[in-house]
Write a new protein. Structure first.
Length: 450
């Protein structure tokens, strides 16, 4: 009954009271030190910041009107000292720090450790491309290391089953954040490598804050990923968040879905197309091989026929017949030649009679005289006509004679020229006209279109 008589406060009353207490306790500006772990800009230009230390975090707001007055630009990983006021928002019962100024107190602890480890592993060559393992084109087994709850695993399975259904998938549960995150992932990587039945390992988790990704900057985890005999794809955090595990893995993907697509780069359709190509190539090779065997067989049959005793005897008979016909032809040819020679000698003897020879010679002599006389007369007439013709021709083609008609002759380098290729800009030329010579210099050359 006493409990029923106690005062009952509304949520608004409590929040109002806390607002008065909190804002009264921090009525003046205060200085707060911490590391900027998250930063988000609104469409209106306001900046919302999460400031944290090793144990706690607090939300801060930097209004757009104050941004131009900031000494430094706020960035994730910056260990900063902010000048602020504590404000309490009654409606949600939460408080925040309103920022008036930001100064740097050095690089944040977590960011500093990240950069230090990153430089160390880089100098050891753990990030070099030449050490990255290539993914198999047709994986038979894919191991997924992720949380057994949540949508990440289901997204990966959905894509893998759609792209290469029937592939063997092994799932290894782990903590995706928190203190035991790195240890649980290392344990599963060791198990998978000892089993040595997987072709690809996917380490995946959904997006999260920078604090959630700290465990993925673990040096032991990085070395375990580097030493894995099986290629590893990492899908950790958002696309803009890069961890040491991402840098040392064989392939870094922005999202778990992208990791699944990379692991199944060759879909069943691609595999089917490859099989069809292999079938076509194999068919072509077999046909080519059969054709070669057929050709070899034909060659062997021909060689066998050539070496067949009956064929060789037949060939010898043919050669004998050929030689016989050749001998007969040569004998007949010789007989005909001898007969022609005898007839020729008879004619020569007949033609060698002295009387006939004298009469023949006299006739030939008279004929030669008349022919020579006729030739001399014709030759003189021809020479006379030719001389007259050449005189007229020389007169007509004399280059100087055309000068009377208004033409001129152009000389370059002392020679008559009629081609554009013989002329050069700024070179002198000589122009012969009817009553003298003109010396000129070339300023411009134009080609005529044909």
């Amino acid at each position: 009954m006493e409990n029923m008589l106690q005062d009952v406060f509304s949520v608004s009353d409590i929040n109002k009271h806390i607002k008065e207490v909190v804002e009264l306790s921090f009525s003046n500006h205060i200085m707060v030190e911490g590391e900027i772990s998250q930063l988000q800009k609104s469409q209106l230009g306001h900046v919302y910041i999460t400031l944290k230390d090793e144990k706690c975090s607090v939300r801060c707001t930097l209004w757009s009107s104050r941004i131009p007055n900031m000494q430094i630009e706020p960035k994730v990983g910056l260990k900063a000292i902010i000048k602020c006021k504590v404000s309490f928002y009654e409606k949600t019962g939460s408080y925040q720090l309103d920022i008036f100024d930001i100064t740097s107190s050095g690089t944040g602890k977590f960011h500093e450790l990240f950069e230090k480890l990153k430089l160390k592993l880089k100098n050891e060559g753990l990030f070099e491309t030449k050490f990255k393992k290539k993914l198999p084109m047709y994986p038979r087994t894919i191991s997924i290391v992720t949380s057994l709850t949540g949508s990440v695993l289901q997204d990966i399975l959905k894509i893998l089953h759609r792209r290469i259904s029937g592939i063997n998938i092994e799932i290894y549960g782990c903590n995706v954040q928190g203190e035991n995150c790195a240890k649980s992932i290392i344990k599963q990587l060791i198990t998978i490598n000892k089993k040595n039945t997987s072709d690809i390992i996917i380490i995946a988790r959904g997006g999260g804050s920078l604090e959630d990704l700290i465990e993925y900057n673990n040096e032991t985890l990085a070395r375990q990923i580097y030493n894995s005999k099986i290629p590893i794809i990492t899908a950790i955090g958002h696309e803009t968040d890069t961890t040491i595990a991402d840098l040392v893995s064989d392939i870094r993907s922005a999202t778990p879905s992208e990791a699944a697509e990379i692991a199944s780069s060759r879909t069943f359709l691609d595999i089917q197309n490859d099989i069809d190509d292999y079938k076509d190539n194999l068919k072509e090779i077999i046909i080519k091989r059969i054709n070669n065997l057929r050709y070899d067989l034909r060659e062997k049959i021909i060689n066998i026929d050539k070496n067949n005793p009956a064929t060789r005897i037949f060939n010898y008979f043919q050669k004998i017949d050929l030689f016989s016909e050749t001998i007969k032809s040569k004998l007949l040819s010789n007989l005909i030649l001898e007969r022609d020679n005898i007839n020729l000698y008879k004619i020569k003897l007949k033609n060698s009679n002295p009387k006939n020879k004298v009469i023949e010679l006299e006739s030939k002599l008279n004929s030669k005289k008349n022919h020579i006389k006729s030739l001399l007369v014709n030759n003189i007439n021809k020479k006379r006509n030719l001389l007259e013709l050449k005189k007229n021709t020389i007169k007509d083609i004399n280059p100087l004679s055309i000068l009377d008609k208004g033409y001129s002759i152009v000389y370059t380098n002392g020679k008559v020229t009629n081609k554009i290729s013989n002329f050069k800009i700024d070179k002198e030329i000589k122009i012969r006209v009817k009553d003298g010579e003109v010396i000129s210099k070339i300023n411009k050359i134009n080609l005529l279109d044909h």
